[in-house]
Design a protein around this ligand. Structure first.
Ligand code: HEC
Ligand code: HEC
Ligand code: HEC
Ligand code: HEC
Ligand code: HEC
Length: 476
């Protein structure tokens, strides 16, 4: 018996015979239906009208439909096996399956169709799987599909790194990074479905090494020299008096002569530290390895158990920890909105009122919006009735701006509120640099980590309100 005849006799004929059952036929129908829908969506998508921007449609397209498709494929052999078992129990399995003639054009067409469908199935399923994986890597999956990522997903689109995919910072390169991320991601997905996750979500373990993330786009020792940093704040007085601070930050790097200096240069060596909390706000042990291999250990004089805890090697993200999803302080958010005119600085006491409204407790966005509007209206109606008559529009604009600020920074269902995710760059809003540079981290020699104001910047002016002075500095 030739091989072909053998296959025909022992496989194809029985397959066709047993395949003639409801389950298998239904499987075939489900599979083709799912395939048609999928192809239809892809065609629509290709012409730019796809709904894949919407994460929930994305889940259907890239996970649910291929799942149904696969289910249909599985049903076909299951149906065959069941029918065979049933016929066997009834003793009705024929000893010779109905003959199939290769010369029979109907049968040959059948074979061709089966072969073509199988090929098509293979292509469809392959593409679907590929798309599913690619989809899981997009911002809409990471930041929106999964509501537990809402805080980061909200802060991300307005960050400097909104063009950088979540995975470019959160997934290391190579197979290891990919597998780690998928295993971790699947675990997280299951945790979310079981409603078993931490609130708020804190940065648990490290990001992949910066060599696989930041340094794909940035150079660690690029020379940046000095940078002017300007901050504008408004007062709590009736006039919301504006003041400005200017510092000239010595960011440094590696100069053309090859020397490392400044803020970047100073930390490019090997610095390790131990902290006592999840966001590394309390650091009581720092060890710096000098170029010649000597290690200088600095311990916080107030701490007794300095060396207990997890050691971390300092890198970019210890200062730039909020590059892609930074949460504001109420003060910063209000100052920025006032500077941009989104909250009119001419409204009396608006700075003080805004901060009070933002810091109050609301259980939902809806409540925040209505209460802020009502309370601000009441404030001006009772204290400044004429102004309320005249500038009602500006006042309602201000309260909607405040509601927007609140919604971008406070997420009650995730227990994320003001200050949950501190920003380590600087020292005015959070400990930041002063976690180490506070004058009380001392080496055995008595030397402490530098903390003079001039170590990091020249202070050009602090809280200056005099417009002439500011004009002389070129910022008025
Ligand atoms: C430019 C790099 C970068 C990008 C892009 C990025 N992240 Fe992050 N992410 C970080 C850093 C840095 C941390 C803080 C790590 C630390 O403190 O150890 C972090 C922390 C987190 C955390 C822990 C909680 C927190 O807020 O600290 C979550 C959750 C998170 N990111 C989600 C996302 C999501 C979702 C996206 C895409 C929408 C994203 N990230 C894009 C750099 C990035
Ligand atoms: C895929 C490329 C890419 C990756 C990865 C990346 N960045 Fe950037 N980064 C950029 C680009 C492009 C800009 C300029 C953006 C602009 O000015 O609008 C930038 C700007 C910055 C800035 C200046 C603006 C700011 O937000 O203060 C800092 C600081 C920065 N990146 C740090 C980091 C750190 C730290 C990481 C790693 C956690 C990182 N970047 C990862 C591309 C990247
Ligand atoms: C010790 C803290 C610290 C570390 C560590 C650090 N930076 Fe910075 N970096 C700063 C400060 C401070 C600035 C100035 C910020 C400003 O202008 O507001 C800055 C500025 C920058 C800028 C923006 C310059 C610009 O054009 O405005 C980039 C990009 C940057 N850093 C990337 C990195 C990368 C990449 C790493 C890791 C190799 C790194 N930084 C490590 C503190 C740090
Ligand atoms: C984990 C601890 C740690 C943090 C956080 C930290 N530094 Fe440092 N920094 C050090 C150590 C250790 C040295 C080296 C000891 C020294 O020079 O006093 C150093 C040195 C420096 C120097 C050089 C000082 C000199 O005398 O030349 C500058 C400038 C500096 N840091 C700026 C910053 C800035 C700005 C930040 C915050 C954005 C910051 N550092 C955050 C540990 C830290
Ligand atoms: C270890 C480094 C370091 C030391 C020491 C330091 N600063 Fe700063 N300072 C910074 C950095 C970094 C920023 C920029 C913050 C940013 O980019 O958001 C800054 C910003 C400022 C600002 C700008 C206004 C603001 O609201 O952020 C003022 C004012 C200031 N520092 C004052 C001081 C004074 C006064 C001292 C001394 C008592 C001092 N700093 C010591 C690193 C330092």
């Amino acid at each position: 018996m030739s091989a072909w005849e053998k296959i025909r006799k022992e496989w194809i004929r029985p397959a066709l015979f047993f395949g003639n059952n409801l389950l298998s036929l239904a499987g075939g129908a489900i599979t083709s239906a799912a395939a048609f829908v999928l192809i239809g969506f892809w065609v629509v998508d290709a012409f730019g009208h796809g709904g894949t921007q919407n994460p929930y449609i994305g889940i259907i397209l890239d996970f649910l439909l291929p799942g149904i498709f696969l289910l249909g494929l599985i049903l076909i052999p299951v149906g065959m096996v069941v029918r065979r078992a049933v016929l066997r129990r009834m003793g009705k399995v024929p000893s010779v399956y109905p003959r199939i003639e290769l010369g029979d054009p109907v049968f040959r067409r059948g074979i061709e169709i089966v072969a073509a469908t199988t090929f098509l199935n293979f292509v469809i399923l392959g593409t679907a799987t590929y798309r599913g994986v690619a989809y899981m890597d997009t911002e809409s999956f990471c930041g929106e599909t999964c509501h537990v990522m809402a805080p980061e997903g909200t802060a991300y689109p307005v960050s400097t790194h909104s063009g950088v995919a979540c995975v470019d910072c959160h997934v290391g390169s190579g197979v290891g990074g990919y597998v780690h991320a998928k295993v971790n991601g699947t675990k997280q997905l299951i945790d979310v479905l079981r409603r078993h996750y931490a609130t708020p979500i804190m940065p648990e373990d490290r990001l992949p090494p910066v060599g696989q993330t930041c340094l794909k786009c940035h150079r660690a020792d690029a020379w940046m020299g000095d940078r002017v940093f300007i901050s504008t704040t408004y007062g709590d007085d009736e006039k919301n008096t504006r003041s400005r601070s200017l510092v000239l930050l010595h960011v440094g790097g590696r100069s053309v002569a090859g020397a490392l200096s400044g803020i970047h240069g100073a930390h490019l060596g090997h610095i390790e530290y131990i902290s006592t909390d999840a966001t590394h706000q309390t650091i009581h042990y720092v060890a710096r390895t000098e170029a010649d291999g000597r290690v200088t250990e600095y311990t916080d004089t107030d701490m007794k158990t300095a060396k207990v805890g997890v050691r971390r090697v300092m890198d970019c993200t210890d200062c730039h920890n909020r590059v892609a999803h930074s949460f504001d302080t109420p003060e910063h958010a209000v100052d920025r909105s006032m500077l941009a005119g989104a909250i009119r600085p001419e409204l009396p006491y608006i700075h003080k009122e805004s901060l009070e409204l933002l810091k109050a407790f609301y259980s939902s966005r809806e409540q925040a919006r209505t209460e802020m509007a009502a309370r601000l209206a009441r404030f001006y109606q009772s204290g400044y009735p004429e102004l309320w008559q005249k500038d009602q529009y500006e006042i309602t604009q201000a309260s909607s701006r405040l509601a927007a600020i609140w919604s971008q920074n406070v997420f009650p269902f995730m227990k994320v509120t003001w200050g949950t995710h501190p920003n380590n760059l600087g020292h005015n809003d959070y400990p930041g640099c002063t976690r180490c540079h506070d004058g009380s981290h001392n080496a055995a020699s008595g030397k402490s980590i530098a903390s003079d104001c001039s170590t990091c910047h020249n202070v050009l002016t602090i809280d200056e309100t005099n417009r002439k002075q500011l004009a002389d500095l070129g910022v008025e």
